[in-house]
Design a protein around this ligand. Structure first.
Ligand SMILES: [Mg+2]
Length: 230
């Protein structure tokens, strides 16, 4: 019987991607807007691709309505480039992730999903390249909103449509590497598991009081214990 909905962030949590990710966004912005804004140095960690596009262009001459008018064009350019240019060698799975997902997938009491700031098409490609896409039957993505806190309700609804079970509160586990992951878990009273494999140090994550704080996901039994015992 299904007991828990386990939602994984992608970047910094399941895997890391090289500088090509930033370069592709820069190329897409230049193509559509003629400028990359602050995309060369902006901190993307834990943020939504949808809001990143507005943030990096906020200090340019472009008005917000001009960005909005071409938002879909830049999104499509980014996705097209991402699928064409990103290779498996650009992506490194975090330690223990493959073993963890394989073990979690065997369990009938857990439903696995994605909760990420990536657009779905590029996020799915990022998961396909190292061969872990099939573990996730559904997810909530940057296509679904501009703030990470928009995503848990979307994931909960999709899980309901998929299984008929309405997950709430501590039945939901949100695993991620930034403060934004912790905050969006707290917004729905979910169990937050913060993992220090991204750009945010362990002591920084601790300040934001995740329910569980892990150095990494390498000890499968440990992670499963954390998931089952909020
Ligand atoms: Mg992340």
């Amino acid at each position: 019987m299904l007991k828990k909905l386990v939602l994984f962030d992608i970047d910094g949590t399941l895997l890391r991607i090289g500088s090509i990710n930033r370069q592709i966004l820069i190329d897409a912005l230049k193509e559509i807007f003629g400028t990359e804004g602050s995309a060369g140095y902006h901190d993307f960690s834990g943020k939504m691709d949808s809001s990143i596009i507005y943030e990096v262009l906020s200090d340019t001459d472009l008005e917000q309505h001009e960005v909005a008018a071409k938002f879909d064009a830049v999104k499509q350019s980014y996705i097209r480039r991402f699928r064409a240019e990103t290779r498996a060698s650009d992506i490194t799975l975090m330690a223990g992730v493959r073993e963890l997902l394989e073990t979690l997938a065997q369990r009938t009491d857990l439903l696995l999903g994605i909760l990420t700031g990536n657009f779905e098409a590029s996020g799915r490609h990022k998961l396909k390249l190292p061969g872990i896409d099939h573990y996730f039957s559904f997810g909530a993505f940057a296509d679904d909103g501009f703030h990470r806190s928009d995503l848990p309700p979307v994931a909960i609804e999709r899980a309901f449509r998929l299984t008929g079970k309405k997950f709430s509160g501590r039945d939901i586990v949100i695993i991620g590497d930034t403060v934004h992951d912790i905050t969006c878990a707290k917004a729905v009273q979910a169990h937050s598991i913060a993992v220090a494999t991204g750009n945010v140090a362990l002591h920084e994550l601790r300040k934001n009081h995740p329910d569980t704080l892990l150095e990494n996901l390498s000890r499968t039994e440990n992670v499963i214990h954390s998931i089952l015992n909020p």
